[in-house]
Design a protein around this ligand. Sequence first.
Ligand code: THU
Length: 135
Amino acid sequence: MTDKELMEIAVKAREMSYSPYSNFRVGAALLGLSGKVYTGCNVENAGYTPTNCAERTALFKAISEGEHEFTAIAIVGGLGDTLNDLCAPCGVCRQALSEFCDNSFRFILGNPKEIKVVTMGEILPYSFGKGDLKL
Ligand code: THU
């Protein structure tokens, strides 16, 4: 699976975005260690706060299907039909992913025309994790 292929799966997943309030449409494709890809889109809500980001939709689908190890996630987003040059994951999604992904986990950002890659270690330094809770 190349970065571009994973990105293209994220673009396809974005078609399912339910975003009537922001019209900011996001798609994500999370690559499991098994090779399986879990897709997600953002799911908004009239109450606003129950909104779920595309990245966490993909992550929760994966966990609920028994996969706990991941190597990369591709993320694409933008208003309406446009694809932004960069749709960086929000802080909540970085933290949610960090529960299962180490510092070498890769974020494949941008769009199929221009891909930028950053690691978990770069995007979420000095993080709080399960290691902190060990006595
Ligand atoms: N959103 C995501 O799905 N992922 C992100 O990383 C950033 C934000 C969604 C949430 C909301 O539906 C919309 O984009 C605008 O914030």
